[in-house]
Every structure is written in C-alpha cells, then in structure tokens.
Design a protein around this ligand. Sequence first.
Ligand code: 1CP
Length: 348
Amino acid sequence: MKNDRFLRALRCEPVDCTPVWLMRQAGRYLPEYRATRAQAGSFMALCTNPELACEVTLQPLRRFALDAAILFSDILTVPDAMGLGLHFAEGEGPKFRNPVRSAADIDRLGQPDPEGELRYVMDAVRTIRRELDGRVPLIGFAGSPWTLACYMVQGEGSANFPLPKAMLWNEPQQMHRLLDIVARSVASYLAAQAAAGAQALMVFDTWGGLLAPAQFQEFSLRYLGQIVAELKADPRAREVPVILFSKGANGHLPGLAATGCNGLGVDWTMDLSSARALVGPHIALQGNLDPAALQASPEAIRREVARVLASHGKNPGHIFNLGHGITPDVKPEHVAALVEAVHELSQA
Ligand code: 1CP
C-alpha cells in the first residue's frame, strides 16, 4: 500500500497528515462523471458495469489527492437483489416496483447471494482493486437495515418516511422480521466485499436520526450491532475495519461505539471535540465539515477546514470527511481547495 494514512488513522495510529476522502466523491458535480453516466445510459447501467463503475470510482482520485477510494455503487442494490425492482425515473430519485407493505411481502424476501445476484458489485470491487494497484485503500459499503427498510417500505425517498414509521408502531414484529433478513443480507454482502478486496467497510444509516431514542436502540442500533458482530466473527472480514455512520444521531455515538466497530461517522451538528469526549480515545472519528461549506469561497473553505482539524486536535484517529455527501452543485475547484487545506494544515 503506497498510501495507508486512511487505514492507519482508522486504527488510531500516528499519521504524517490527516487523511481525507469525501462521501459522494464520485458523482454529478464532476463533468467526467456526467459523461460516463451518459455513455452508460442510466445510473443502474453504470452500477452494473464493473469497468464503468471502476472508471467513475477512479475519476475523483485523478483530480484530487484523496486518501481512499469508495466503491461506486448504491445502498439500494441489496433490496433490488431481494426482488424489489429498483428503477430511476428520469429526473427523479430511486423507486421500487414492489415495495414491502405486508407480512406476505416480507415472507417473499430472499437473502441475496453476493456472488449471484450481486456479482456485478463483487466484480467491480475486484476490478477497482486491480486498477488502484495499491495507491490508496478501497472502501466497500452497504446501507443499514433501518435505512434500507425505510426505502423498502416507503417505496421511494421521503423527508420523514411515514410508512415505515407507521409499521414500527403498528406491527413491530413485522418490522423486526424485515430488519432481521436485511441485516443478515447486509452482513453477508459486506463480508463478500471484504473477500473480493474491500479494505474497509462502511455502513450508512442515513435515516437513523429520524428515530426517537428508544426506537433508535430497538430498530437501528440493535441491527448495526448484529452486523458488526457477524463481520467480526467471519474470517473473511475479521481484520477489515468497520465504520458506522448514523446521520442525525450524534447523541448515540456511545451506543454505536459499543458495537465494537472501528470508526464512527459524525455529522456537522456536533464538534469533534464533543464526539471524542463521548467515545474515548480508541475509536476513529470520521467527519465532519458541513457539506454546504463547499458553496463558500476557497478561502472560507480553508478556514472551516482549520476549524474542524482544531476541534479534533493533534491526537490520532481522525479521518477528515464531510458530515454528509457532496451535492451536485459543488464546483470541483472547491473540492480541490478542501483536500489541499486538509493535508497542508494538518501537517503544520
Ligand atoms: O443520477 C445519478 O447519477 C444518481 C445519483 C446517485 C449517485 C451518484 C445515486 C442515486 N447513488 C449514487 C452513488 C452512491 N450512493 C454512492 C457512491 C460512492 C460515493 O460516495 O462516491 C454511495 C456511497 C451511495 C449511498 C447512498 N445511496 C445512500 C447513503 C449515503 C447518503 O448519501 O446518505 C443513500 C441514502 C442512497 C439512496 C440514493 N441513491 C441515489 C439517490 C439520489 C439516493 C437518495 C434518494 C432519496 O432519499 O431521495
């Protein structure tokens, strides 16, 4: 590995400067991504073609001195492989043809074979590892059971996901049956990504913050813990560090840390100094610049980077990232300013 800063920081070992990667670093803010997506014809055509998925994974690394690559795919490939029929209507977000609305719908769900229905993802991981040639580590990922259940029950994106929320109060046993099969599917999918070459694994719990504390424990945290436990018991994944990111749930960082994961994502609503005080020194923290700061001038971005770095301080275990994904309206020059500032200011 030519650049192992990201993996060292994830193990809370000393680094020459703070490693940085960005959620959604491959995506629509890059003109070369838009060109490759147009060539593929659709987002799913891009995801299911390992050569093109590899190409868009590498595009941001050609422009910026990022310290990790993240597999180009989507969290919704797993429910698609469970039979829900993912599609993207032009100009709209993802939708499922067969959402989960009843006990009978849950009975029909199968656990996908990562080297079967999801083989295209494993082939993308193998292709990217070969093309990266040890330059930087590759991060594999999946959605959390709760976040995937939100889309599976609602059938599409939503601001507050009323249907899955109604299910958790009206039919909690059905929601648990759904979360359990999704958790087993996600654990086996992540272990297979590790076997195919992913060097770190991240679980995106984008909608964890929609839940009140008691529901967060019961419907999100419990299944995140089940996934970490399964990965740590699997010889294919045992040595591969796991990062959990529950957006909007910074108050739950101690519970998330207690799962035995190696790193935690932090959104921008809590300072890293406070997050560190909650979890102690032995777990890495990843974050947490407000993604909207990328709209500001390069000078302002540099000041905000300095503030985030100072909030964590010089102690080991910080991976710089945004508090959520890059939006499509961001100028690539502003991303360049961010990455440069992280490396320069953390060295000084
Ligand atoms: O039009 C396009 O080109 C599609 C836009 C797009 C992209 C670039 C989607 C559809 N997915 C992705 C890639 C993607 N998604 C990655 C790639 C790696 C990288 O970070 O560079 C990752 C990690 C994801 C994960 C993902 N997909 C999450 C979790 C992280 C987060 O941002 O909160 C979620 C919630 C999704 C669902 C999804 N997929 C796509 C969209 C537009 C959405 C959001 C839908 C919604 O809630 O309305």
